[in-house]
Design a protein. Sequence first.
Length: 382
Amino acid sequence: MKLSMISTTAIIAATALGTATLSAHADTIKTRWVDVEVETVASGLVRPWGIDFLDNGRMLVTELPGRLRIVEADGTLGEPISGLPEVRVRNQGGLLDVALAPDFAESQRIYISWSEPEEEGSNVTSTAVAHARLENGALHDFTRVFSGYPKVDGGRHYGGRMVFTPNGEHLFVGLGDRGHQMMQSQELDSHTGTLIRIHPDGSVPADNPYVNTEGALPEIYSYGHRNIQGIDIQPSTGKVWAVEHGPQGGDEVNAPEPAKNYGWPVITHGEQYGGGEIPQAVGFQNEGMELPVWHWTPSIAVSGMNFYRGDKFPAWEGNILAGGLRGQQVARLEVDGDRVIHQEVMEMEYRIREVRVGPDGYIYLLTDERENAKILRLRPAE
Ligand SMILES: [Ca+2]
């Protein structure tokens, strides 16, 4: 995806049934339905992780090392916004996602997720969510609405992706297994390896599946997840979908339903890093556990996911767009009901951390570099 002026010849290779891989060596990627231009909107970021869209093309972007910035439409990076909590920056931990409140236009309220230490400087952390009012480059009235239980000494698998339902009533947050004691993902007495559903003020919806289950945490919506890294609401159904990292192999797309078990670490298509079976795994399926809608084996290290909605890529309406870190790609999945029927891979030359459809219908990507990371924009070629 070098942005040279050489015209593109896309290389199309079938790598698996129903999959086409498109590799662009210029500024245009030829895909099945449309030629796609890749533009650099902004650069100079450090491990950007989350993005949401303000008015007039301005964007709010998090950087994992604990900064939140406004990026102007012309790519100018604003000064870091003050008023963040202590963010424990360690391995995969740091400042994670950002989302405008559903009533942002009136309230100026934003939501962030981050790795929250037990006490100042502690490595014992969990994923927390808060809201605050954004005004004059600073956060005010900072209010924590969720903190994962338990806090764990470790720097991996925080989850942290957030999405509001379109009516603003519910907030979903994906939480990871924290990288050890994986069987905690199978238990309901911790938030480890779960998808939670709360009201925007942090209160628990009365119709959450475990509100009347003794010993279960009431925020839990579904469980048996490994590390959710992308989440969105399917426009045609209003249902939540999520992508999660497998270990070595077995990255998944799931359409989580309340009280259902998505199997980690008991069922997986993955194996240990370096090879060998996951010790707790029994295979690809097991009684009472849900199969993924789709899986990537080998892993692309899936990160970021949005359903396409908008007027710029009409042929992609309702498709899933998912990023790949190790896979350095955007995967486009055509969805029919609750099945994926075709995959097309757009190869990028960057690790892709997040994929978001902007209010303008263009597709925004965050690249994952430790220096000079970028916001890229996909648009139909002229
Ligand atoms: Ca699973």
